[in-house]
Design a protein around this ligand. Structure first.
Ligand code: CA
Length: 320
């Protein structure tokens, strides 16, 4: 029996019945309903693989909570996501407690299942740290064949594996050295000074990776950089995987990351980038990684991630 004037624990006491919360937009989709989701959220809560302290395993739940703070309506485009797209939340990949190689293998297997089950549904994958991108992109390559990567990050993430194995510092070396991606189809955007060793820039260039530093992005402008990135990664017909490390953002916008730094991307540029790439038919997958809710300020970084995700969705809604 419910009590008069009492609302369920954990829910907001005030509810505007005209509001459509982004959190409620992500619904389970029953296979029997015959509807294919346009976008699917999946969590890969792994951060024991981080080379510094990271509670990024809490990021998927933190972003889900943040989605409760945002509406589904985009004023600029007039699009209400809840009317334009079917979105589903598939849950989180369970991780082995102690075996990190096993964790990566689970991510690889789950994403393989994902692409078999949802071949036309744009993936929204939430890390975890950046190590999750290697097994995810590997599964992507096995399903889609030739593909390209557009990578937003302050760092190359191409560290040697001798010093620590497959960590959040190594995913793109792993992909390149195993030929799970062709360097000539890879673009890194937002690289920052004093954040990378010279040896790793040289390694990236030796593999044919296109590099756009943060300062070059500022000088050239987002539209010019993305037009080039999409051409290099996809060439107009090849599937593209977009991976976004929250630390590409300036520390003012994303304080809750293991490696905050000055001179990073502003939030308007990042939101525009997600929208532009979302609108591109070739883009089949996004991941957002390396945000640590345990060092965040008022959940601001998770709120940023939620809006990046919603902006990408608006782009997807504008495809048709
Ligand atoms: Ca990274």
């Amino acid at each position: 029996m419910s009590l008069k004037h009492v609302y369920p624990a954990g829910q907001a006491g005030f509810r505007d019945h005209l509001d459509k919360k982004a959190k409620d937009w992500f619904r389970p989709v029953e296979p029997s309903a015959g509807k294919v989701p346009d976008v699917a959220l999946l969590g890969a809560p792994l951060s024991k693989t981080s080379i510094s302290h990271s509670g990024a395993f809490m990021f998927p739940q933190s972003v889900r909570a943040a989605l409760g703070s945002f509406d589904t309506y985009d004023i600029d485009s007039g699009i209400d996501l809840s009317e334009a797209l079917i979105a589903t939340d598939l849950g989180d990949i369970s991780m082995h407690v102690t075996n990190l190689t096993s964790c990566h293998h689970r991510i690889y297997e789950t994403l393989g299942d994902y692409w078999s089950t949802y071949p036309s549904t744009t993936l929204f994958l939430l890390g975890g740290d950046h190590s999750i991108t290697a097994p995810s992109a590997r599964a992507f390559s096995e399903h889609h064949g030739e593909y390209g990567v557009i990578h937003f990050d302050a760092h190359h993430d191409m560290r040697n594996l001798e010093d620590g194995g497959p960590t959040n510092g190594t995913p793109f070396r792993t992909l390149l050295e195993n030929n799970w991606v062709d360097g000539s189809r890879m673009v890194q955007i937002g690289l920052r000074n004093f954040a990378n060793a010279k040896a790793y820039t040289e390694f990236a260039l030796s593999k044919g990776v296109t590099l756009v530093t943060m300062n070059q992005l500022m000088e050239r402008g987002l539209h010019d950089v993305l037009a080039q990135a999409v051409e290099i990664a996809g060439g107009g017909h090849i599937p593209i995987y977009v991976t976004f490390d929250l630390d590409v953002l300036d520390q003012a916008y994303a304080p809750g990351v293991p490696a905050p730094g000055p001179g990073g991307m502003d939030i308007w540029t990042a939101l525009s980038a997600m929208r532009i790439l979302g609108q591109n038919q070739a883009v089949k997958a996004f991941d957002w990684v390396c945000a640590d809710p345990t060092v965040d300020v008022r959940n601001l970084t998770s709120r940023v991630a939620a809006t990046l995700m919603l902006s990408a969705a608006v782009g997807i809604a504008r495809r048709s």
